[in-house]
Design a protein around this ligand. Structure first.
Ligand code: PHE
Length: 470
């Protein structure tokens, strides 16, 4: 198990994982995602960037940095359109204790990277569409424009997430108000689509989770949800019960999808190493039993790729209760949720998740429509700059809150925030030392700029998190 590298899909709904175990694995392996289940915060912390607000129609570009960073302020968009609906910034980012959406997150709403045919995420989405269209004669309805602002009911209750589940906390999820969130998974749309009568569907969209910062974590990422409903005649003839039938079909479908994606990938590798390396097109994969509130049984699919086991998706047989509540009394169904960034990082060799958001031509020009698995060539790697910061934490301190503060100031210039020292003194006070790695993917940062950022981080960590700097 310790040799397994997990590419999980952001925080996990696997309540049964040991957080300690996961955290030590996370430290050992750079691609690992540490679970957030260990950190249920009671505290609500409102983090606002404090940047001055420009009004309206500034393009959503986040990477076009100014020549003089000192005078530059992150533009804040006042309104955007989502699926024809105009959403004002003030509706989503509010100075109100039931709201924890910062401007940095608001600025990502509506960008819809997964709808760009020349973007790695769009290319991957389209390749998955091709697989389903070909194998299921266009039976799957596709949705990729559903609004990411959903009700707590849609995001949690409708998929049976228990009332005390950690994923509901303000520490893990972005709340617009007490009843409205930025969806943290595409499963939020299962119930409404079932009620509308859909029996085969794929939902692709941006999802939002408060999270730590490193090369495989970003508070906005993209998922694709798959859902298939069976009627009794489909399994009755087979002689097995509905649940086993659906589980079997689910595994077959996803193994086929993985083979489809990695076989395309394998071909490009094969071209590079003709004769010298194993050229078998076989993709090794394995199923791992797991837990989700909305499926039973539940599985993860891991793929052996570049000498590591990668977790690429979560799935399972849908809880009967979800079907029953949504007008599918006599049916069974399967569902899966796949993290597009993690899969795209592997397929395209993209080393840092921030790159997906880059408008730098040296990134965007490397991908073309329909070309899965083209290897990304890193443009000059600028050096990182590390800054350490120690403080006495208080009871309500959480790493997600710290990361939100850091990201609010440094945006995508922050590459990683890692805990490098942790001790408790005789008086019972606990000190944490964090190392912040600053690095731009696109240019060299000056000392002056980094010192300025670090100074603001220190100030805001103190004032917003109420910790005592050492
Ligand atoms: N929604 C789950 C997640 O985000 C993934 C999933 C989807 C698992 C559907 C099972 C079924 O982690």
């Amino acid at each position: 198990m310790s040799s397994t590298v997990h590419l999980s899909l952001g925080f996990s709904f696997h309540q049964r994982c040991s957080s300690f175990f996961q955290q030590s694995v996370a430290m050992a392996l750079s691609l690992v995602h540490s679970t957030l289940f260990s950190k249920t915060s009671q505290l609500f912390l409102h983090t606002k960037t404090g940047f001055s607000h420009f009004s309206s129609s500034i393009p959503f570009s986040s990477s076009a940095l100014p020549s003089n960073p000192k005078t530059w302020r992150r533009p804040v968009i006042s309104a955007l359109e989502l699926g024809g609906v105009k959403i004002a910034r003030d509706d989503v980012v509010r100075d109100d204790p039931t709201n924890n959406v910062p401007d940095t997150i608001f600025s990502k709403l509506g960008l819809q990277l997964h709808r760009r045919d020349q973007h790695p995420l769009g290319i991957l989405k389209n390749t998955i569409y091709d697989y389903f269209d070909t194998n299921y004669s266009n039976k799957f309805d596709k949705f990729d424009e559903l609004c990411p602002i959903v009700s707590v009911k849609q995001n949690f209750d409708d998929v049976l997430v228990p009332a005390d589940h950690v994923s509901r906390s303000y520490n893990d999820t972005y709340y617009v108000d007490s009843q409205t969130v930025l969806r943290c998974h595409t499963s939020a749309h299962q119930a409404e689509l079932l009620r509308k009568g859909h029996t085969h569907f794929l939902v692709t969209g941006d999802v939002y989770r408060r999270d730590s910062i490193d090369s495989t974590h970003y508070p906005v990422f993209h998922q694709m949800e798959g859902f298939r409903v069976f009627s009794p005649d489909e399994w009755e003839a087979s002689g097995v019960d509905g649940t086993s039938f659906a589980a079997e079909d689910l595994k077959k479908c996803l193994e086929g999808l993985a083979t489809h994606l990695f076989a395309l990938e394998d071909k490009s590798i094969r071209l590079l190493y003709v004769d010298s390396v194993k050229i078998s097109g076989a993709v090794e994969m394995r199923w791992v039993d797991t837990y989700f509130p909305f499926t039973n049984p539940s599985f993860e699919l891991e793929i052996y790729f570049q000498e590591k086991w990668l977790e690429v998706l979560g799935c399972g047989v849908t809880e009967q209760e979800i079907l029953k509540r949504n007008g599918k009394l006599n049916n069974v169904a399967w569902a899966f949720g796949l993290g597009l960034e993690r899969l795209a990082m592997v397929l395209f060799d993209i080393p840092d998740i921030r790159l997906f958001w880059s408008n730098d031509e040296r990134f965007t020009s490397q991908f073309s429509k329909g070309q899965l698995g083209i290897k990304f060539k890193t443009f000059s790697k600028y050096p990182p700059c590390y800054k350490d910061m120690s403080f006495w934490i208080n009871e309500s301190f959480t790493e997600n809150n710290l990361c939100e503060v850091v990201r609010g100031i440094a945006g995508d210039l922050v590459e990683e925030v890692s805990l490098i020292d942790n001790f408790t003194n005789k008086k019972g006070m606990t000190s944490h030392c964090y190392r912040i790695a600053y690095r731009s993917m696109e240019r060299s940062l000056t000392d002056e700029e980094i010192n300025g950022l670090q100074m603001s981080v220190r100030e805001q960590v103190q004032s917003k998190l109420n910790v005592v700097l050492r």
